[in-house]
Design a protein around this ligand. Structure first.
Ligand code: GLN
Ligand code: ZN
Length: 766
């Protein structure tokens, strides 16, 4: 019999219950006991959903109040002393590491949090000391949750982050120099202890996650697999059987590690992203080893194509036999929303194409049954699935001939500005007449509660479109006046009309749909609700021209138009899985190109196209795939911006300072001005602009906008001084790190005032 399995289930609950409980607990409105109870309730509910769907192998220890890597950090006692010394309750110590703690005389900031592979989920980075020791927590979470499920009558497969990934995904604590992977010998005994405890509690199998196997690995990390898994398999009957799980990539380039893993019970691979690795993975399996075939996408919201998935599983069965194949989700489902059942407003046509976590649980069981008992045993499900696939493929929404026609006519010349930068700059200089060290902001101004109230009223129909418009105009007047007072040089309209930088555009484009409850955890209690790209994208009407034009009409200085770039629109949405992302990016680019040209025609001669998500789209491994991505990503940015005259100045913005490894792509965007985050990093990072003789203009953020702290004029001057070591005076713009929407007005005015004064000081000097 072929079993069905899930690698992890979303934790938030149907109505983001976990978010609500955690935030209430942090705010002192929920007791610790009630928080723990809520966690228990959610775990049980999620196990039941999977059980009722008929899933054979249900995960446990996939739940986390904040982050599962943080759970592991605590379970193995990798708790830096700055947290442990306060002797907080375990749950408070846990949250202190996750989000910082400032209460009752304790003041400690959070551990670093970074993106989990190429997803939008963030994990807490394990932080190791030079003299790091490991110790299994008493009543370890993985064991406790296994028992909890068992008591409820559900035998689960615990999920544990594997030793190599746990170490390799971590770093030395500040001031420490330990190489995490060198701690392998020290950490393995704790794994042995944990696995034995799981076995003693009744766990027959354990999913041990080693996702780093999809990376290009340093030799010493690669070499760690052998001793690690020799040791853990030597537990034999004293330990559970191990299912080693990889996801988000293929493992072909790391096949030399496989011999060390062949004695493990099973190997899980992602066959959604990389179906082509199937053949070769099968050849690498040990003689009895089981293949867990990840055929149901854990990263997206589309219904699985049963026919295709069954074909993949069948081809594995042909070589291995039914007893050596498991049907699984490609990765944990934590990247998908809870259930489609909550969506009451989606067009029925489109809803039929989707499958969220709870529905995917049903999918793995149907596929497993189809290959176990034959297609006839699930005929109805297969037929209705085929119908959905057919309907989607032939829908008018998915295929817009006009969009396709336009794409077929895109030429390479459309990607280039009319003239090279020096000529453009000469014209821009004349047109814009900006001083040296021009000052500007990144787009948004504080989104006050008044703005949210009015937007809500408008959405609910409590005020008319006209009233709302008048309100937005008033907001624009206010921010223009404030910018006058501050004496900034290039103004923005403040983005008061935008709920979110991607959703706002999605709502104005054909080809997108929106959900009401499809939240996905981003980090801790923070969730995002990405719009979904369902079909060919086009722009029925201008999206931002009205606001920008109005703003320009009341400003005495250049007004900057503000757009979200094609890659960011794509990356922060659920993309289609039926056409390549480069095609979707090009469609977005064409829509934005029209917007850019319309803005210019409306008298907007500075236009910023934000691409903060450009970097996170970088494929995990260096090489061809990465270069391919960069080439179409850069092309789509250029296509969206190159329609303007030389005298129109194109800006772009990124919220990170680490672009050294793909600098050529940043340079290739050919933006006249780039604003980047820099205030928290070393100004030395700017050296790359000198080394590469970057000719265009740059605004490295002079202060951090994530904190309410007001930087002094002196501090900003110091920062500019540092920047001038790397950038020429006529190259440098003065701006904050990012948009100001999360800030209050008071600190915003004070900080910008200091910023403008600092710029003026340097203007006087040069
Ligand atoms: N223009 C956007 C803003 O200012 C940019 C936000 C971002 O880069 N994340 O809000
Ligand atoms: Zn930003």
């Amino acid at each position: 019999m072929v079993q069905s399995s899930i690698l992890g289930f979303p934790r938030m609950g149907r109505l983001r219950d976990l978010k609500k409980a955690c935030e209430a607990y942090w705010g002192g409105k929920l007791s610790q006991e009630d928080l723990l109870k809520e966690g228990k309730r959610l775990r049980l509910e999620h196990w039941k959903i999977q059980k009722d769907a008929g899933v054979d192998i249900i995960p446990s220890n996939d739940f986390a109040f904040y982050d599962h890597v943080l759970d592991h950090i605590q379970m193995f006692n990798v708790i830096p002393e700055r947290y442990s010394k306060h002797k907080l309750d375990p749950i408070d110590e846990y949250f202190a590491m996750g989000r910082g703690h400032q209460k009752n005389g304790v003041d400690v900031s959070a551990l670093e949090m970074v993106k989990w592979f190429d997803s939008n989920y963030h994990y807490v980075k394990p932080t190791f000391q030079d003299n790091q020791t490991f110790k299994l927590a008493s009543n370890p979470k993985a064991v406790a949750e296994f028992k909890e499920a068992k008591e409820a009558g559900i035998t689960t497969r615990p999920v544990v982050l594997g030793p190599v990934s746990f170490l390799a995904l971590g770093k030395a604590d500040r001031g420490q120099s330990v190489e995490p992977i060198s701690l392998l010998d020290k950490v393995l005994p704790v794994y042995e202890e944990l696995l034995q405890a799981l076995k003693a509690a009744g766990a027959e199998t354990v999913q041990i996650d080693e996702p780093v196997l999809v990376f290009d690995l340093l030799p010493k990390v690669k070499d760690a697999f052998k001793p690690a898994y020799q040791k853990l398999s030597a537990l034999d009957a004293k330990g559970p059987q191990l299912v080693l799980a990889t996801y988000f990539g293929d493992i072909i380039h790391n096949f030399d590690v496989i011999p060390a893993l062949q004695s493990l019970y099973a190997l899980h691979v992602d066959l959604v992203r990389h179906p082509e690795q199937l053949e070769s993975v099968i050849q690498q399996l040990g003689p009895k080893q089981i293949l867990s075939a990840g055929v149901v996408d854990g990263r997206n919201i589309w219904k699985t194509n049963f026919k295709k998935a069954i074909e993949v599983v069948e081809s594995a069965i042909q070589k291995l036999g039914k007893d050596r194949v498991i049907v699984a989700t490609s990765s944990s489902l934590v990247h998908t929303p809870h259930t489609l059942a909550s969506e009451k407003q989606l067009p029925e046509e489109v809803k039929d194409w989707f499958s969220f976590a709870s529905e995917k649980a049903g999918e793995v069981t149907v596929i497993a049954k189809a290959v176990t008992d034959g297609p006839a045993s699930v005929r109805e499900q297969l037929e209705s699935n085929a119908k959905s696939m057919q309907a989607r493929a032939s829908s008018k929404r998915t295929n817009d001939p006009q969009v396709k026609d336009r794409q077929s006519k895109v030429t390479s010349a459309m990607h280039d500005r009319k003239s090279p930068f020096p000529q453009r700059y000469a014209q821009q200089k004349e047109k814009l007449n900006l001083p040296l060290f021009p000052t500007t902001t990144i787009g948004s101004f504080p989104q006050t509660s008044e703005i949210r109230v009015q937007r809500n009223k408008f959405t609910k129909g409590e005020i008319t479109a006209k009233e709302y418009e008048a309100f937005i105009e008033k907001e624009i007047q206010d921010v223009v006046k404030i910018q006058d007072e501050l004496d900034l040089d290039v103004y923005v309209h403040g983005e008061p009309e935008r709920n979110d930088m991607v959703q706002y555009f999605g709502e104005r484009l054909e080809g997108y749909v929106f959900t009401t409850h499809a939240w996905v955890q981003s980090y801790g209690s923070r969730c995002v609700r990405p719009p979904i790209i369902v079909g060919d994208i086009s722009r029925p009407a201008p999206m931002t021209v009205k606001e920008s034009k109005y703003a320009a009409s009341i400003s005495k200085k250049p007004m900057k138009g503000m757009l979200t770039g094609p890659i960011t629109c794509l990356r922060w949405s659920f993309p289609r899985d039926d056409v390549h992302q480069s095609i979707q990016a090009q469609q977005l680019a064409l829509a934005l190109r029209d917007e850019v040209v319309d803005l210019e025609a409306a008298g907007i001669f500075v236009i910023q196209v934000d691409e903060p998500a450009l970097r996170e789209g970088l494929p995990l491994r260096a090489g061809r795939e990465r270069e391919n991505y960069l080439s179409w990503a850069v092309d789509s940015f250029k296509l969206s911006t190159a329609g303007v005259q030389d005298s129109t100045q194109i800006h772009s913005h990124f919220c990170y300072s680490e672009f050294q490894d793909f600098f050529h792509a940043i340079a290739a965007l050919d933006a006249d001005v780039l604003s980047i985050e820099n205030s928290k990093s070393d100004a030395k990072l700017l050296r790359v602009f000198v080394d590469q003789a970057y000719p265009r203009h740059i605004g490295p953020g002079v202060y951090d906008i994530h904190s309410p702290r007001v930087p002094s004029e002196e501090e900003i001057k110091g920062r500019i001084e540092e920047m001038l070591q790397y950038l020429k005076p006529d190259q440098l713009w003065i701006n904050p790190d990012c948009g100001l929407k999360t800030r209050q007005w008071k600190e915003t005015k004070a900080a910008l005032g200091n910023m403008v004064n600092a710029a003026k000081y340097f203007r006087g000097k040069h």
